[in-house]
Design a protein around this ligand. Structure first.
Ligand code: MSP
Length: 513
């Protein structure tokens, strides 16, 4: 059985969960559900990143200790993901003791191997990113992400000999084109690596300046640099989860991140792994930014969308649908409430929701819910079956490539075809004459089978809707297209479907605005 280990970034506890965090987490959840559904032994880990200047400053501003602050915001992230129905296997906090021990153990190992040395360094530091910037990386003298000038920091610190692994990392990325995807991000990392000497990574902070962190095991005057600490969570969480089976899962690690943290994940992390003597992760999946207008959505820019507000107003599945359908994984996308409402009304309320309620309503009205024989196939039937068969082939293939928008597009092509099929076959007319009633029964059976296929394919994307729709079809949750299923076979003759329900109410554009 294939093993799968999926991770999200550990979110900083200086901000509350917003749409950006939710996107990565929903993608991770969708991918994990998809892989689980294929029978792979799948683990999903998320959590919070709690050390560093940024969090210490946020706690000071809130007038509480860093630990109290971290406890509060970490709980908020966890409860948010629970309320959103995210199915994670472990929630890690970088202040957890088992994580602290792992970081110290790895630091000790890398230090003993001679890859950590003491020295002094001055450079331009962005607290927002918690990292040093080279002049070349700045735009108009400012951090391109936070749009503020970095501050000059000069102090004695410990350094990780990252430069020693520069060539090995270039070779690894050349040999493994799938290591960082989509390709443009691999190219970005490669050009970073080929373009200049990598330099070494400052991995400590003197306690005199910052005490909120993991103490270095070889010098108690220092705490660990937050990135060197946080990246190691991927190892400590997995050890915690599977213990002695670590080696079975670790080479399958798939990290999901936004492009803002490409350098730490694409450069720091693999070189750290090489130094620690661990295999590299299997894949780094990088997505673009959600923007509002021209800017990236972020707490510091004050333009965030909160996931629980969206859930409350529109339902979690509708929100998931928008996130997964609107963004092409890897590229930026804009969040605009008009576009959101228009898409939900068109795709979910009209197209899909109407198909479900019409089909189930006719099935009740004309046949008391009882499924009728299929009869011989007409051309219309064949086109319908073909549309769903295409979706059955394409949806998993696109999902496997993290092309969620294309997977959903493909399924919606089949749903469109089903709506056309209702118009061309007109079961509401056929049902009125005795002679054509059997054909009306056959048409509805085809439509019900299409709904079944939709419910199954939607499972990873819209989990609540999938279960609800299967319930309306009176079929068990967790149904699949495996096990010898054939078109027409999910709903056997005589089976009874339920009364229709409205899955996605139309959103009143006046009220939404
Ligand atoms: N703590 C670090 C990550 C450490 S991982 C070992 C961090 N945290 S963060 O809270 O700033 O989260 C950044 C991540 O949140 C991004 O990489 C992305 O996954 C998600 N997003 C936050 N804002 C986003 C957008 N506006 N758009 C898309 N994703 C964004 O960095």
């Amino acid at each position: 059985m294939r093993r799968v280990y999926i991770t999200t970034p550990l979110y900083y506890v200086n901000a509350e969960p917003h749409l950006g965090h939710t996107y990565t987490t929903v993608v991770a959840d969708t991918l994990a559900r998809f892989r689980r559904g294929r029978g792979h032994e799948t683990l999903l880990v998320t959590g919070t990143d709690e050390h560093g200047d940024k969090v210490a400053q946020a706690a000071a501003a809130a007038g509480v200790s860093p630990q109290e602050h971290a406890d509060r915001v970490s709980r908020l992230f966890r409860e948010t993901w629970d309320d959103c129905g995210i199915r994670y296997d472990h929630f890690i906090r970088t202040s957890d003791d088992y994580h602290v021990r792992t970081v110290q153990e790895i630091l000790g190992r890398v230090h003993a191997a001679g890859d950590i040395y003491f020295g002094s360094y001055g450079g331009l530091y962005c607290t927002g990113c918690e990292r040093f910037y080279t002049e070349k990386e700045l735009v108009d003298g400012k951090c391109p992400d936070h749009q503020v000038p970095p501050v000059y920091v000069d102090e004695e610190n410990y350094f990780f000999r990252m430069s020693r692994y520069q060539q090995a990392l270039i070779e690894d990325l050349e040999r493994n084109p799938q290591r960082i995807v989509p390709e443009r991000y691999r190219n970005e990392v490669l050009s970073m690596l080929r373009g200049e000497a990598l330099g070494d990574l400052c991995i400590s902070r003197p306690k005199s300046r910052l005490s909120w962190g993991i103490e270095l095991p070889f010098d108690d005057r220092y705490v660990t640099y937050v990135w060197f600490d946080a990246l190691i969570n991927y190892v400590s969480a997995l050890r915690r989860l599977v213990g002695g089976r670590f080696d079975e899962f670790w080479p399958e690690a798939e990290h999901l991140i936004g492009k803002d943290i490409l350098k730490p994940h694409g450069v720091f992390w693999p070189t750290m792994l090489m130094a620690a003597g661990l295999p590299l992760y299997r894949q780094l999946h990088v997505h673009g930014y959600w923007t509002r207008g021209e800017s990236k959505m972020s707490k510091s820019l004050g333009n965030v969308i909160r996931p629980l507000d969206m859930k409350e107003r529109f339902g979690m599945d509708a929100f998931r649908y928008f996130l997964l359908r609107e963004m092409a994984f890897g590229q930026d996308a804009t969040f605009n409430e008009d576009a959101f409402v228009t898409r939900l009304n068109a795709d979910l309320a009209n197209n899909f929701g109407n198909l479900v309620s019409r089909t189930l309503a006719m099935q009740q009205r004309y046949f008391d819910g009882e499924v009728q024989p299929l009869g011989p196939l007409s051309d219309d039937d064949r086109d319908l079956v073909k549309a769903f068969e295409t979706a059955i082939a394409e949806v998993p293939a696109f999902t496997d490539q993290l092309q969620f928008h294309r997977a959903l597009e493909s399924l919606w092509r089949a749903i469109d075809q089903a709506n056309k099929y209702v118009v061309t076959t007109a079961p509401f007319k056929l049902a009125k004459e005795d002679a054509t009633r059997p054909r009306a029964g056959a048409v509805l059976h085809h439509l019900l089978e299409g709904l079944y296929v939709s419910a199954v394919l939607l499972g990873p994307f819209l989990p609540e809707t999938s279960v609800r729709l299967l319930g309306l079809l009176d079929l068990p949750a967790g149904s699949t297209l495996g096990g010898g299923w054939q078109w027409g076979g999910a709903l056997v003759n005589g089976h009874r479907t339920q009364q229709p329900e409205i899955l996605f109410p139309r959103i009143d554009t006046e009220k939404a605005g």
